[in-house]
Ligand binder design. Sequence first.
Ligand code: AMP
Length: 394
Amino acid sequence: MKILTVNGGSSSLKFNAIELPEEKELISGYFEKIGLEGSFYNIKINGEKVKHEVPLKNHMDAVEYLKKELFDNHIIESLDEIDGVGHRIVHGGDKFDHSVLVTDEVIKELDSVVDLAPLHNPPMVECIKAFKNIMPDTPMVVVFDTAFHQSMDIEEYLYPVPYEWYTEYGVRKYGFHGTSHRYIAKSAAELLGRDDLKIISCHIGSGASVCAIDAGKVVDTSMGFTPLAGVMMGTRSGDVDPSIIPYVMKKTGETCEEVVNDLNKKSGLLGVSGVSNDSRDIEDGIANGNERCVLAQNIFCKKVANYIAMYNNELNGADVIVLTAGLGENSSATRAGILKNIASLGVKLDESVNNFRGETRKITTEDSKIPVYVIPTNEELMIALDTYEIISNQ
Ligand code: AMP
């Protein structure tokens, strides 16, 4: 079966075509600056990447180019050869605890949770409509970033705030990166040959979250009502005292939205270092003696380590810790920094194996109390597998 996976942002669209059950990637692409000046897309096939600069007025234009690339590269000869399309959706509220087939009813339900993700969900729904336009009869599936975390208990997802905020307005912890954490839970279970594992999954990329999982059930996760909460990230602050917001508003004259935007876009590694949100630039800064880069890196590693220690407690002792996503897979300095800060758990880094990128590997010594693995995440494959399973059981 040929499955397309689609991840639509407000001005971007990522896609992959995957052959299942072989799990073979056929082609992938990334459209950027949709609706803006300087729009373009990249196509990756057989390990080669080609860039095309083209005007993209809207997502429909991107979908037309995507279709053309599928034909020109002989991935398909007819659109009927696409057996299903899996769409990533950021927020499913508390209505969706698993991936579902797209129906008119589901589209209506998605509209009803739009308040919870006003920036993220609408462009993703636009993408579904654009694909429905060119392949009205192809089954489509939606896969939610929040769904995996719906298995959390109320003691973990309820904030200690007026209870009516939860019952009336849906204020609670939702958690994000669920597709990645679910992939990590599945891969760790396969790797270690056990489905009862207590796992601490650390998705540390430009966005970052830590998730405690017990036998496939989420016990706790660091992102919250929105992806702003939890550990420090590339440009997001992670947890801060909310009283900072009115204080900074008074000092700077900014609106509440502007200060929250600062916490989302000007904080984290970027805010502390003043250099970049990208850990490669932070590592260069450290090599050149930039003290704020040192500070940014140290705070980042401590924040992740502290969540790991907290989740080790919540799990009553983890069986395995997994590092994944951009930094987890590629930055040996960040891996070493995090592990140094969880030495109290008896975790011991094996420095002789830590210098690598993008592979599945154990990075702790044999006598480490908890083994730590690096496992590259694959959200696209997870989306494709869900789509395959749902349409095969129709
Ligand atoms: P992601 O959001 O998972 O794509 O992660 C992107 C982030 O991973 C980048 O912003 C970098 O901070 C980090 N990253 C990617 N490659 C490397 C690398 N080779 N060394 C250090 N950090 C990296």
